[in-house]
Design a protein around this ligand. Structure first.
Ligand code: ADP
Length: 189
């Protein structure tokens, strides 16, 4: 086991604040934030082949196929001399989690912690509708939000048990202002 590596994962429903918290934690701990959502949105914005392929999927609120996501992750990790990362929005399916474990086993960099941000559903919808006004994300509309929450329950929620069984799950109350939530995360680590 390499003691130099750090691998953190943010788990939680859409709108829980994973991106915000991951950015702050990455800056403070000197880790690289890898956000699959941001990477995909950048592809859509510049109209790459991948972007064209994933745009309709993201607009529906469905998940992009595992193979495409895993190709992104492999590329992001390749050539990193030292793996010091925070994953935001990945893994999102059991298949992705298994593949990540394999990738990490190859480079002797185990998952140190999976941080679960807990926020109730009414609050999540409110936050995403608010974000729609600020950032204009095309998947932050009521219909797509409902779909994303359903997809989270069906495909991503099982990962909570996955990481609990591995002894790395840390649950954090995601209600309150971002500063408060950040303090809880630091305590949990
Ligand atoms: P949120 O957490 O608010 O849903 P993200 O930026 O993490 O926002 O994801 C936006 C969309 O990007 C998802 O609805 C999905 O279509 C796609 N996506 C992001 N990460 C993944 C992933 N790991 N696997 C599959 N699809 C993903």
């Amino acid at each position: 086991m390499s003691s130099d590596s750090t691998v953190l994962i943010f788990l939680g429903p859409p709108g829980a604040g994973k991106g915000t918290q991951a950015a702050r934690l990455a800056a403070d701990l000197g880790l690289r934030k890898i956000s699959t959502g941001d990477i995909l949105r950048a592809h859509v914005a510049r109209g790459s082949e991948l972007g064209k392929q994933v745009k309709p999927i993201m607009e529906r609120g469905d998940l992009v196929p595992d193979e495409l996501i895993l190709a992104i992750i492999r590329e992001e990790l390749s050539g990193m001399p030292q793996v010091r990362v925070i994953f935001d929005g990945f893994p999102r399916t059991t298949q992705q989690a298994l593949a990540l474990d394999e990738l990490l086993a190859d480079i002797s960099a185990p998952v140190d912690a999976a941080l679960l941000l807990e926020v109730d559903e009414a609050e999540l919808v409110g936050r995403m509708l608010q974000r729609a006004k600020m950032e204009g994300r095309s998947d932050d509309n009521e219909e797509t939000i409902k779909r994303r929450l359903q997809v989270y329950r069906e495909q991503t929620q099982p990962l909570i048990e996955y990481y609990r069984e591995r002894g790395v799950l840390k649950t954090v109350d995601g209600l309150g202002d971002p500063g408060q939530v950040y303090c809880r995360i630091r305590e949990a680590l």
